[in-house]
Design a protein around this ligand. Sequence first.
Ligand code: MV4
Length: 500
Amino acid sequence: MRPIRKVLVANRGEIAVRVIRTCREMDIPTVAVYSDADRSALHVRLADEAVHVGPPPSRQSYLDVQRILDAARATGADAIHPGYGFLSENAGFVRACEAAGLTFIGPPASAMDAMGEKTRARANMEKAGVPVVPGSTAPFPTANEARAYAERIGFPVMLKAAGGGGGKGMRRVEGLAEFDSAWRSAQSEALNAFGNDAVYLERYLEEPHHVEIQVFADQTGNTVHLNERECSAQRRHQKVVEETPSPILTPQLRSAMGEVAVKAARAVGYVGAGTVEFLVDRHRNFYFLEMNTRLQVEHPVTEWVTGLDLVAWQIRVARGEPLGFRTETPRSHSLEVRVYAEDPAQNFLPSPGRITYLRTPAGPDVRDDSGVYAGYVVPTVYDPMISKLSVWAPTRAESIARMRRALAEYVVKGITTNIRYLRAILEHPEFVRGDYDTGFLPRNHAALLGKSDARLREVALLAAVVDAYQRDQRRQRTLAPAAASTGRSPWRMRLRGSRR
Ligand code: MV4
């Protein structure tokens, strides 16, 4: 057992707020850290103490290991919660925490090492008997060797950066003719993005589903899964909507994937909250993609259906306590959408600035995990996600209805948000049917932006004019003749002289 008496939250925005809230409920004091851009951020206001850690660029503040450790020492914090992003999956940071005598609330560095690089993770998973997307488990030294391998497994293939993630350094290759140029561009993109030009290849899966399994492990050898999240609604490798349960899983597939996810976590000595990501193809084969060794953005949907506070369990596990919950059948359905300060009409360009008015949704089974408030200025330098709206309901259909209701209540003024776009997704028949794959958002881009074609817009305008005119006529007919002749109708102006 290792007590935790004060937690430094090495993050910002909604996730820092999320962690601080649970610490408060557990009676654990918190320390926020903030850059110059975050002096008046919500997480700073909600924490018990706050330490300035540098200028706005994250490299010099939230990613600066020494400054974070100094802040912990200065305030007497004995544990660090990394949130997601920033230092959360940095094995070097975990080792630095250990060396400084601080409890890192997350997995051991060795588990991060085992899952960090894609080819190493694939090799480890293959050894553990976890199905991986067919392909190589080591980078190719030359284009010739890679090309020969591609010919053997058959086109199309996917080139991927071994050091990568998030779709960077990824190239679909249709055939031999384009192989060499795709190889070169994947290599240079990988080098640019990750400082590592190692590229390997996989068989290409057509429009797969992205389904991930939440796992949890304690330090005494218990490893469980907490079911799946369907995350196929993504654009440019950014998740936009998440839900659980996945509308495409059968109970059999769910337990098979859950068992494999637990096997993956055990194979790397995992501790704490983690997520095993899978691609599911149209035949419902599933393949390990990668493991996220952190708490994820979309964890609230799992909290809704399990009734668990995942941050509280992260803390208990870090103190050495055994998992003390039952992994019963989840309670029906939960949906989450990510609210961004961005303008869908301008190619989702970030829209930072002052929030002049804010009304957040509430009511039964609605949760808004927000990092902002009315009067707050959304900074330009960080991720523009301002909140995560999640709901729970007894059925998927009711969950969708509740989310539509909650989105309709959401008012943000002063900046542009993607709320209308989110509402369009929740109205889309493919989404409502529940069989959307990772091609859903790109395929329906125009429709979701509300871009009808120009002719339809004209027809709609004319219909509105005719309707307004007819309503006015009806009103005129019901008025006394004297009142009607006073000419208050707006139509009278243009219609004067016409035969009526
Ligand atoms: C793939 C794939 C098809 N075949 N791998 C995208 C990000 C990275 N994490 C893995 N990704 C993909 N890998 C093979 N062999 C299609 C994708 C993919 C994708 C995956 C998950 C969610 C959204 C996606 C959007 C486009 C492509």
